[in-house]
Design a protein around this ligand. Structure first.
Ligand SMILES: *Cc1c(COP(=O)(O)O)cnc(C)c1O
Length: 390
């Protein structure tokens, strides 16, 4: 190699082997591809998820580290990381459904998921029936011979309804259909849907798993090998792959997930219980409060009630908008799951596409405010929220 010219030397730089020690943090493998010594190993790598790394759309060691970490936290065997939560949702919906198929979904769904399902119905000839998140009889009644999957969310947005996962997943299993659960709001710290019979768990890792409002990502975790193999091939075709740097930031965030969830949940409890006693507030929607429609299910299913809640202001839309412009510490922003407390007025933002009738059916009022509690000091948060109410 010593006779190489500078042009060539500048391309083929030395890579000292790491011997006798190893890096403590997960390295970022910022490479789109991998080279091989053995052509047979290379050929083998194209067809199986557990073969050698070959091309970053298939997988990458940093991305695999994230996949294994979250699969382990959820009690699953395998996972596919994607570039966003919607990427993971689409790997599963588009990978499992074909024209003529039918799915059952719970009524209150994340906005992006609801929009995607509307597209599947109008452009891809897929049928959907909506049922309450806690009604296995309605699920059984909705299922047809061509039903392929049931789609649930552990905790819904912004009314924080908790799906009765054991009952719903058992019904799906009896009927031979795949159950898919978006566990973004609960995280595996509060609930592990695979333990309650789900086949696939979805995450927007953008939220609590990464936790610092600095990266977009998604993930699908599988209880078993068969669905994983099928959807791994489809994910490669779809091209929704995770980027190594994004995966690295997410792995870094995971280290503090349990600690952060404790504070998100205790801050939500602090604010929700005080707001429930405030004269300007007519209702607080957080599953840890007695009287919430999911209080009992949540008590059985969740080991904490989550960091997101919403509340209704007596003064309607004007009061909602006034609150939004009066907070000083909490930030006006969509999304959730980061260290900062965020507030949102659903009727004018995340749920503005809903008509008055749909809004009413989903329980969202003109004066409803959603709060995603961060990890700040609870008294600083209460001081901000209470001054914004006066
Ligand atoms: C944010 C979110 C998604 C979509 O995730 P992205 O990372 O924004 O694509 C899906 N489901 C839920 C419950 C979410 O909160």
């Amino acid at each position: 190699m010593s006779d190489l010219r500078p042009d060539t030397r500048a391309v083929h730089v030395p890579r000292p082997p790491i011997e006798g020690s190893r890096p403590i943090s997960v390295p970022i493998y910022q490479t789109s591809g991998f080279s091989f010594d053995d052509p047979a190993v290379m050929a083998e790598s194209m067809g199986r998820p557990d073969a050698a790394f070959v091309y970053a759309r298939y997988s990458n060691p940093t991305v695999r580290s994230l996949e294994l970490a979250v699969a382990g936290l959820e009690g699953g065997e395998h996972a596919i990381a994607t570039g966003s939560g919607m990427g993971a949702i689409n790997v599963v919906l588009l990978g499992l459904l074909k024209p003529g198929d039918h799915m059952v979904a719970q009524r209150s769904l994340y906005g992006g998921t609801a929009a995607m399902i509307n597209d599947l119905v109008s452009r891809f000839g897929i049928g959907v029936t909506y049922v309450p998140e806690n009604d296995p009889a309605a699920l059984r009644a909705a299922v047809r011979p061509e039903t392929r999957l049931v789609y649930l969310e552990t905790i819904s947005n912004p009314m924080t309804l908790v799906a009765d996962l054991p009952a719903m997943c058992a019904a799906a299993r009896d009927l031979g259909i795949v159950s898919v659960v978006d566990n973004t709001f609960a995280t595996p710290v509060l609930c592990r849907p695979l333990e309650h019979g789900a086949d696939i768990v979805l995450h927007s890792t953008t939220k609590y798993l990464a936790g610092h409002t600095d990266v977009l990502g998604g993930l699908a975790v599988f209880a078993g090998r068969e669905l994983y193999d099928r959807l791994w091939h489809f994910a490669i075709e779809l091209g929704a792959s995770a980027d190594p740097f994004a995966a690295w930031l997410t792995v870094r965030g995971l280290a503090t997930l349990v600690l952060r969830m404790e504070r998100h949940c205790s801050n939500a409890r602090h604010l929700a219980t005080r707001l429930a006693e405030h004269p300007a507030v007519t209702a607080v929607h957080w599953p840890g409060l007695p009287g919430h429609p999911s209080y009992e299910v949540a008590g059985k299913l969740l080991s904490g009630f989550g960091g997101v809640f919403s509340f209704d202001l007596a003064g309607g839309r004007a009061a909602g908008e006034r609150f939004m412009s009066s907070v000083r510490l909490a930030l006006l922003a969509p999304s959730l799951g980061g260290v900062e407390t965020l507030v949102l007025h659903p009727a004018s933002t995340s749920h503005r596409a809903l008509g008055p009738e749909e809004l009413r059916r989903s329980g969202i009022g003109e004066g409803t405010v959603r709060v995603a509690a961060g990890i700040e000091h609870p008294e600083d948060l209460w001081a901000d929220v209470s001054q914004a109410l006066t």
